[in-house]
Design a protein around this ligand. Structure first.
Ligand code: ADP
Length: 795
């Protein structure tokens, strides 16, 4: 019983009982047995929705009761505030909670006063880099969804962060929560932890495969769900669940599929709605339309009015919250989702339908079956404890062979082992620089010893790969002047420190620095379209292969071009000189050029270049190449050239945004959701901020252009509106209307005629707030409004 637990703040046990936790679930009891409330390290590998969060809370609350502080590491930023809200219910027992989001480059000292801090692994990593002192005093760290160390992109950060925290404080209690994985003992071994490895679930889960006219369950039972001739399996299964009053969650493999499935399934759900539900759904649809004025918003609202919804990473967080909430309240009857919903978001459902079990994988070159681990996480969302008698997770097969395969792979199959991805170069580049910069290690031996604390070391004992990659990466960092080596000692240069604190991939920093130097005319460069002498192409290929770090520009500086095709080159140099003359000593870099520069760094997730896009962007390239910084890759170099074009497409989207093109129009033009636009804009803002810092530190003359490009993308406006958008409450649309009414600056706004302001801002409250924010003495609109009402009445 929770009230019998010792070592927790007074009242916590009773509170838990009040919430319906009458007894600990078996894995929770095992964790307590293993010492999770006594400061012991514990790895809990248990199925989704089996009460992992409570294990974490018990660990953290007991740590706080002993006078310590705790850190809870979440895998997604969206989960950080959700968890914080969840933990805030302990504030009435004297436990303070903080969440760290936002700007990477700060040490977040205020967080040191909190008992429990929630943050993403990236944020924690950056706090360590920025030397947040409270991190040293932590007594307990919880890592949620630790199996994500397997993730190619984000896994290494989590892995290194845990290793660092544990090295900073050898007594740190480590609690790691994981889905059931193939190698839980290895993870426990890595973290020197007791292992709780369990298949227990609070509600029975029946898994099976639908084929023909029935679901075949693993336990041998069948449930008839007939599909009309020519009909589809998914609607039939959703309909069947609804007949029993249950909801369904349908997992598909792409956003487009999520949207089209939801739209089709709306036809099924609308048949099952009561009048009252219809009314509530109409209201919800309106609320969804109010979030943003985009096609996605409209489509979603249309589905929701019928009781269905889609869910994917292209939705804004407001949309997601509305959809998840209404699904939990059983108002929305079905969600068609991409796998983001399986990861950590608490949205259980009576029935889970895994419709697509393959996904396009560019590295694989075709449709690849999903990992068993991932499908199990989707299936784990089935069954709402206390509401459903059991949960059902169903896969779909259209023939007998597929049915057999699905049984083998997912129904009876074991999840894969988690493998460290740390030895990948981009990961090591970033983390080795950070490790040197924050003083964790300053010799090669130190570095290797530090890396010994990682899962990678556990999994690669006796294998030299880590050493080899470490050397390659150190060479790269040295070549780009981020570190210096003197004898055995490795130290970070000033710029290396900055890069690490800015949380940039060193390769992004190198690209940005090169581009800015080029723009400043610091290095003579040939950036002509069509510069494709045979020799420099080879030089590029060599650079990529042998060192993997020298940039094309460095090679050019070293005279690799000297042997190029003479004739073609002469012609080009003339124009190149012109371009350089333009840039020389002036600060004349276009926003597009800067957006392109940051879009081609590995820190920007570029827009995908569809086959039909290629011609279009080659044309754009032709027209605007002189604005781009650095040299266009050779067209023969397919990969680099494609990337250059994708970056250009991304840059154009940012330029559109910064030129006040409607969000809706942008979404349409680039076939993206509002969430994507936001994401790219945020990333660009962050990278341009970094570029501004780097330019400042290196004394480059383009600081002003960079700052302006950053502010434009931040506010989504042309240059002329920047003064107005700096007023709180004035966004891109309001600023434009004010400008058109002749109010062009903050100063104008302080002097302007109130009726004009009111007309442009279209609302008394808004107008008053804005005038107040700009510091106008008497912001009241009382008389003005009465006047204009009177005028209207008189008309
Ligand atoms: P997980 O983190 O494993 O996915 P959660 O921690 O979100 O799962 O738990 C799922 C649900 O079970 C939550 O709503 C939680 O309040 C509830 N729960 C957890 N432990 C117990 C318990 N011992 N008794 C009753 N309900 C519990």
């Amino acid at each position: 019983k929770p009230t019998e637990l010792t070592g927790l703040p007074a009242g916590v046990g009773e509170h838990l009982e009040g919430e319906g936790v009458e007894a600990l679930y078996p894995p929770q009891a095992e964790a307590v047995e293993a010492g999770v409330t006594d400061g012991e390290n514990v790895v809990a590998a248990v199925p989704t929705a089996s009460g992992k969060t409570l294990i974490a809370e018990l660990a953290m609350l007991s740590a706080v009761e002993r006078g310590g502080t705790a850190l809870y590491i979440v895998p997604l930023r969206a989960l950080a505030s959700e968890k914080k809200t969840e933990f805030e219910r302990w504030e009435e027992y004297g436990v303070t909670v903080g969440v760290s989001t936002g700007n990477y480059e700060s040490d977040g000292e205020w967080l040191g006063s909190r008992d429990i801090v929630v943050a993403t692994s990236e944020k924690v990593d950056s706090l360590v880099r920025n030397g947040a002192s409270w991190i040293d005093d932590l007594s307990c760290v919880v890592s949620d969804e630790v199996h994500l160390v397997d993730d190619r992109n984000r896994g290494p950060t989590l892995e290194v962060t845990l290793a660092k925290l544990r090295r900073l404080n050898h007594d740190l209690q480590t609690v790691a929560l994981s889905a059931t994985v193939g190698n839980a003992p290895e993870i426990a071994d890595w973290l020197d932890a007791e292992l709780v490895d369990s298949d227990w679930r609070p509600i029975d889960l029946k898994t099976g495969v639908h084929f023909g006219n029935a679901i075949n369950f693993a336990d041998g039972s069948q449930r008839e769900v007939s599909v009309d001739s020519g009909g589809k399996q998914t609607p039939a299964l959703v309909d069947d669940t609804l007949d029993e009053g249950g909801s369904s969650l349908v997992f598909v493999n792409s956003r487009r599929n999520a949207e089209s499935a939801a739209s089709r399934l709306g036809g099924v759900t609308s048949e099952h709605l009561t009048d009252e539900e219809r009314g509530e759904l109409r209201e919800l649809a309106t609320a969804i339309r109010d979030v943003s004025d985009t096609a996605t918003s409209d489509d979603l609202a249309e589905c929701v009015a019928k009781g269905a919804a889609f869910h994917h990473a292209g939705l804004s967080s407001e949309h997601r919250d509305l959809v998840e909430g209404a699904f939990r309240d059983r108002l929305i009857k079905v969600i068609a989702a991409t796998p983001t919903l399986a990861a950590g978001v608490n949205t259980p459902s009576r029935r889970v339908i895994v419709r697509d079990w393959r996904r396009y994988d560019p590295e694989f070159g075709g449709m690849k079956p999903l990992d068993t681990l991932e499908v199990h996480q989707m299936m784990g969302r089935a069954g709402r404890p206390g509401l459903d008698p059991y949960g059902e997770a169903v896969l779909l097969a259209s023939n007998n062979d597929t049915k057999e395969e699905l049984f083998e792979r997912y129904v009876n199959g074991e999840p894969e082992p988690v493998r460290s991805k740390l030895a990948a170069e981009p990961a090591l580049r970033t983390h080795l620089l950070a490790t040197v910069a924050s003083g964790f290690a300053n010799t090669r031996e130190d570095l290797l010893e530090f890396l010994d604390n990682t899962l990678y070391a556990v999994q690669s004992a006796g294998n030299a790969q880590l050493e080899t990659v470490t050397d390659t990466v150190l060479d790269y960092l040295e070549a780009n002047e981020f570190v210096e080596r003197e004898g055995d000692t490795i130290t970070a240069t000033e710029i290396g420190h900055t890069v690490s604190r800015l949380y940039l991939d060193p390769m992004s920093a190198a690209e940005i620095i090169d581009g800015l130097r080029d723009a400043a005319g610091e290095t003579g460069r040939d950036r002509q379209y069509g510069s494709r002498g045979g020799l420099d192409r080879d030089a590029d290929a060599d650079a990529d292969e042998s060192a993997g770090f020298t940039t094309a520009n460095d090679l050019l500086d070293e005279g690799a071009l000297e042997n190029g095709d003479g004739e073609e080159k002469d012609e080009q140099s003339a124009e190149a000189e012109e371009a350089d003359a333009d840039a020389d000593g002036t600060d004349d870099v276009s926003a597009l050029g800067l957006y392109h520069l940051v879009s081609r760094t590995p820190d920007m997730y570029q827009l995908y270049l569809k086959s039909g896009d290629r011609d279009e962007y080659e044309e754009v390239l032709f027209e605007r190449e002189t604005e781009l910084l650095g040299r266009t890759p050779l067209e023969y170099d397919d990969v680099a050239f494609e990337e250059w074009l994708s970056a250009l497409k991304t840059a154009r989207m940012l330029e559109d945004w910064a030129s006040e093109v409607d969000e809706d129009r942008i979404a349409e033009r680039y076939e993206v959701g509002p969430g994507d636009i936001r994401g790219k804009v945020d990333t660009a803002e962050w990278l341009l901020n970094a570029a501004e810092r780097l330019a400042g530190e290196l004394d480059l003359p383009n600081v002003v252009s960079v700052r302006e490009a950053k502010k434009r993308v931040e506010d989504g406006v042309r240059e002329e509106l920047l003064d107005l958008t700096s007023v709180r409450g004035v966004g891109r649309k309001r600023a434009r209307r004010l400008f058109e009414a002749g109010i062009e600056s903050r100063a104008d706004l302080r002097e302007a005629d109130k009726p004009v302001v009111l007309g442009a801002l279209r609302g008394q409250k808004t107008a008053e707030t804005v005038l107040e924010n700009v510091g106008r003495e008497d912001p009241s609109m009382e008389g003005v409004v009465a006047d204009s009402d009177a005028k209207r009445a008189g008309r």
